[in-house]
Design a protein around this ligand. Sequence first.
Ligand SMILES: NC(=O)C1=CN([C@@H]2O[C@H](COP(=O)(O)OP(=O)(O)OC[C@H]3O[C@@H](n4cnc5c(N)ncnc54)[C@H](O)[C@@H]3O)[C@@H](O)[C@H]2O)C=CC1
Ligand SMILES: O=C(O)C(=O)CO
Length: 324
Amino acid sequence: MKVFATRKVPKITRELLEQNQIELDEWHENHSITKHELMELIPGYDGIFVMSTQFDREIIEFSSKNIKALSLLSVGFENVDVKAATEFGIPVSNTPDVLSESTADIAFLLMQNVARKAFFNYKRVLDGNWKREFNDHLGFDLSGKTLGVFGLGRIGFVTAKRSKAAFDMNIIYHNRSRNEEVENELNAKYVSFDELLAQSDVISIHSALTPETEMIFNKDAFQKMKNSAVIINTSRGKVIDEKALYEALKSGKIWGAGLDVTDPEPMSADNPLLALENVAVLPHIGSATKETRTAMGKLAVENMILALNGKRMKTPVNPEVYED
Ligand SMILES: NC(=O)C1=CN([C@@H]2O[C@H](COP(=O)(O)OP(=O)(O)OC[C@H]3O[C@@H](n4cnc5c(N)ncnc54)[C@H](O)[C@@H]3O)[C@@H](O)[C@H]2O)C=CC1
Ligand SMILES: O=C(O)C(=O)CO
């Protein structure tokens, strides 16, 4: 058996594959693999570790001749046409749960960072501009404020839990469905999207990227938010209309933004958002801890080995592929 990874995999993945006598090739070039390069390579493999690479219907159909599994090293799977994979009988898996704590940490880090302008103030230190201001560049307290979670799934829940425990924040949420367990545990209140926009001091985005959520945070949404509000995004860049976000921040329509994900990625260094005092940007490091990347690598390889042996994957995103 031979598998291919569209980027370098964690050490654990390599080790487990070796123990199972499965050969691995990884994409080592400096540029992201192109569709053409991928299609040239696919015929030589039995399975693929997908790391952010786009798998559209054409690639899926082409892969179906020999590929027995697409094992993603991510929980998000908007880059793969799952419907096509199911149609062509290819099982697809992702890495849920194992990255929820570390991604929620980054949402929480950005929240505190923006509330206290930490990156901006750090830059002042680097620039030799250390002044103790009494009335300028002030932040705001998170304690007792209202956190609005958009998409209260696995990561949204952990973020809400941290915010409640650390800052006794009042939790409201908007989700595809209500979650009474979460409501009881966190005293959280389900609200409509418009209520979430109007009532939140901080909005933290944790939904998947879907046709419904794409650009849902647009000019119209920013108009409905408090002038003092902060928006945090650790889901996918495309959930926010970044031009509208810039305008909303620049005009004082909303107060601040913390982004771990942007559209496109990487964000260009001359993006005007980076020049704003109340904006903190990180280069998509939500799951980037040793522990989490190891757990993701282990789960991804377990899924791959199961699929290569004709067994049901541990965390399939298209379980219907196993139905007769
Ligand atoms: N920044 C980073 O490094 C990372 C980013 N992510 C992103 O976080 C996302 C969430 O991950 P999980 O919490 O594990 O997923 P999940 O599936 O547990 O939660 C997503 C939630 O969004 C909700 N949702 C979907 N469409 C919605 C809509 N139209 N309106 C309201 N709610 C909606 C769902 O009901 C669900 O509760 C991933 O899809 C991925 O894009 C995940 C891990 C790391
Ligand atoms: O898992 C995901 O969806 C990520 O964005 C990175 O871990």
